[in-house]
Design a protein around this ligand. Sequence first.
Ligand code: GDD
Ligand code: MN
Length: 370
Amino acid sequence: MRLYTVLDIVALILALIHFGIPLTYYFYLKNKYLNKPWNIKINPNYKPKVTIIVPTYNEAKLIWKKLDNLAEQTYPKNLTEIIVIDSASTDRTPEIVKKWIEQHPNINIKLIQEPERKGKAHALNHALQHATGEIVVITDVDCWWPKNALQEAVKWLSDPTIGAVSCIKKPATPHTTEETYRKYYNTLRIAESKAYSTPIFHGELAAYKKTLLQKIGGFPTNIGADDSHTAAKIALTEHRAIIPENLEVKELIPKKNYPLWRIRRAQHLIQHFTKIANTRSKTNSSYRKVLALEIFLHLINPWLLVIASLLLLASSLVFHSLLAISILILGVILLMLREYRVWVIKQIILILAALRNTQAKEITWKKQAK
Ligand code: GDD
Ligand code: MN
């Protein structure tokens, strides 16, 4: 039996970094930026034509309700175009869309059918060629917009320095883990946006100026996070990519296999940040710091927790270190605290996602029932 070992000291330093950096980042951003004014000039006369692109793959269950939700928008109908782009669904999604179109002659909507499924971003690029709007807004089928969503997104885009706007997200039905996780992440996204731009966007509502999309060559087809990566590329072209606090979208959470869903999304974010980490470019200095921190948090930080835990485990098993045993027991007891538990789950998800990325990139993924 030993009181402590060198392994424990190394583990403690790693744990301090693992928990300290994100906590410092969160409170620093929150205190410095969250309550700051936006520093944006809104032009109330800006009324551009908007194209909403809805990518679908086997959405028969939800697409009707989704189109109803889009038809309720307060933005002028004569300035709104909807393009549904379907990639060879096998569940009658296109037939349902055709029927909806027939029953809504007052809505400017068209369906494009791809003969083969090549992924969401591929489909978005296809639809982009047909988009006539100055603003292009992407939305997933499994989420609900508030009635003024388009009006709000356009409002923020009326400032010439803003290139892209996304939303904050809330689960559409109660889900404790997802709600806790979202509470912190939404705050971070807004604070990063006020600092300059946020590198994480949401496909549930992602609005872009079309000229900028064209400038960066459309949506990336070789990585999964088309939403976040497009936003980051736009932010690197000197236009801000922001998430304002008043644009909230409700998202459906899968009924089964919630962890798998989170792992796949994490895989995509890891692909996005790996690509950004390998991109050299000059940009706003606050944004450079945000990118560096988010790259660290997604690619490196989870591994520090794994290494620290393994060192403590080795120290307890091999040297029977009292300190190591105490910390491990404390770490387990703390799992009763929801915030801590949600954090640890997120780290495990990122680790599993990094491992899974070595096997499959999930550019086309399995539809999960919601
Ligand atoms: N046309 C087309 N082709 N649409 C697709 C394809 C495809 O190959 N694959 C998925 N979609 C559609 C779905 O029908 C849905 O409307 C939307 O893309 C998002 O797919 P979901 O299955 O709902 O995935 P998610 O909500 O977990 O995806 C989230 O993360 C992705 C990146 O990891 C969202 O934020 C997506 O927007 C984001 O791309
Ligand atoms: Mn979805």
